[in-house]
Design a protein around this ligand. Structure first.
Ligand SMILES: [Zn+2]
Length: 476
């Protein structure tokens, strides 16, 4: 444990490292900016990097430390992957960090409290490695493949130290469980340089602003604003993207060369989904969305900022309705995960329920109302069965209450989505989608809470929200 008292004694000497906040904390300004210099060995999946994080304290409390998540150290979801922080500085001053929560939390002490409205600049250097294969599931490992090297793909997500959000209850430091999503971060700005072998093609969050050849390596430069994460997929199987521009957003689909028909259909489906959700919810504040086929297990897809991963398992049959559900579900997460955040541990239903419902709206529009209705009936059966087995659980339960992914999916996805369907029936299309649009606009770039959603619906309908989703307005 780091001795915080020592830092408090030397605090007056370190005023230099703190500066007044240049801009007020507002939803339009990212409170955190990352400058990342990454060096990736594509062949081995090893990476190292340095990063400077400038963070504005937009909380009402003085902060004595910052907490970063080291997700790769979770053997549960990341198997053999790992990360090690080599050194840390606040300004030019080296600081001693400590690890907690199975080495997935790094505490970085601040030499003096960071008062509300102040900014601090910290620098970390780190190295780590991706898992070397998709590990066979075991009682301790439930690897998805989101930080994994496979023969033609290196997927790097949540691989660098990520500042964890500070909520009303304090820092979000939940242990990483073997189901659902773990990645949880504030919307942040990124300036990233990626040095990697010339052979693989990088697909990453944000916009590529430069690429410079250095012998047998290339340095790529990326910029992103309002991003919950910076993620990279490197591929070397010769795939080239198919691209379309929709609602001002460049959509690129990266499928294996032998998956041409699926890539064409994914591009069309993703474009149609962006059009529909832009109309219903509001414009998306990102320039690009990359849809990438990668090896995954246990899950159909993963949402990241400006980047959607689809499991190769489920892209084999692009004419199965599940393909439409999968693509539209993950695309909808750009609105509700990336642009509007929420706590994926304490209230996972908040984005999963909404986007599961939106995927059904897409299904009704783009495929057929009958197929959409059949899917809603499947939800009802699924949640009914799970409720009979687990009467103690609710749709809005936190992630760690669910015993397995099937039960979690039945409640937080199917059950919550069924409630949204019932809500639409009750309120009518006008009030229902006005509420979702208002929730989106009012919560843009923030971490939304269930009470934000409740408020949006109550304002839109002029009525009181109750029922399974809103029974406890004080729930996190
Ligand atoms: Zn989802």
């Amino acid at each position: 444990m780091t001795d915080l008292a020592l830092f408090r004694r030397v605090a007056p000497l370190l005023l230099l490292f703190f500066a007044p906040l240049a801009l007020p904390c507002s939803a339009a300004a990212d409170p955190t900016s990352y400058t990342l210099a990454l060096d990736v060995n594509y062949g081995s999946g090893e990476f190292e990097g340095t990063m400077t994080v400038v963070h504005a304290n937009c909380t009402p409390n003085a902060l004595w430390e910052l907490f970063f998540r080291l997700y790769p150290n979770s053997s549960t979801l990341y198997s053999e992957a790992s990360i090690e922080v080599l050194d840390a500085h606040v300004g030019a001053k080296p600081v001693e960090t400590s690890l907690f929560v199975d080495d997935t939390v790094l505490m970085l002490p601040l030499p003096q409290p960071l008062e509300p409205g102040q900014t601090v600049s910290v620098a970390l250097s780190f190295r780590g490695r991706a898992s070397q294969r998709l590990t066979v599931p075991s009682p301790v490992t439930h690897e998805y493949g989101i930080l994994t090297k496979t023969p033609n793909v290196l997927t790097l997500t949540s691989f660098y130290p990520l500042l964890t959000p500070y909520l009303d209850e304090g820092w979000a430091l939940d242990p990483i469980v073997g189901i659902g999503d773990a990645l949880f971060a504030e919307a942040s700005s990124y300036d990233v340089s990626l040095r990697v072998d010339a052979r693989p093609t990088p697909i990453a969050t944000g916009v590529l602003t430069d690429a410079t050849r250095e012998s047998d390596r290339v340095v790529y430069r990326y910029a992103a604003d309002h991003a919950r994460d910076f993620s990279i997929v490197l591929v070397d199987d010769g795939r080239v993207p198919r691209r379309v521009e929709v609602a001002g957003i460049g959509i690129r689909v990266w499928f294996r060369p032998d998956r041409g028909p699926a890539a064409t259909r994914a591009l069309e489906r993703a474009g149609a989904a962006v059009t529909l959700f832009s109309d219903l919810i509001g414009p998306l504040p990102y320039d690009e969305i990359d849809v990438v086929e990668v090896p995954l297990q246990h899950i159909g897809g993963v949402e990241l900022t400006g980047l959607v991963l689809l499991s190769e398992t489920y892209t084999a049959d692009p004419y199965d309705p599940f393909f439409d559900i999968l693509v539209s579900h993950e695309v909808a997460h750009e609105w509700f995960y990336a642009a509007v955040g929420n706590d994926p541990v304490e209230s996972p239903w908040l984005d999963e329920g909404v986007v599961t419902y939106l995927s059904n709206v897409f299904l009704a529009e783009a495929v057929s109302r009958d197929v959409a209705a059949a899917e809603r009936q499947r939800w009802e059966r699924s949640v009914s069965l799970s409720q009979s087995v687990h009467p103690e659980l609710t749709l809005t339960a936190p992630l760690y209450r669910f015993p397995d992914s099937t039960t979690y999916s039945a409640f937080a996805y199917s059950g919550a989505a069924a409630e949204f369907a019932a809500l639409r029936d009750r309120l009518g299309d006008g009030a229902f989608f006005a509420a979702l649009a208002a929730y989106y606009q009012d919560s843009l770039f923030t971490i939304a809470s269930p009470s934000d959603l409740r408020e949006a619906f109550e304002n839109a309908c002029g009525c009181t929200m109750d029922g399974a989703l809103f029974a406890d307005p004080g729930s996190p």
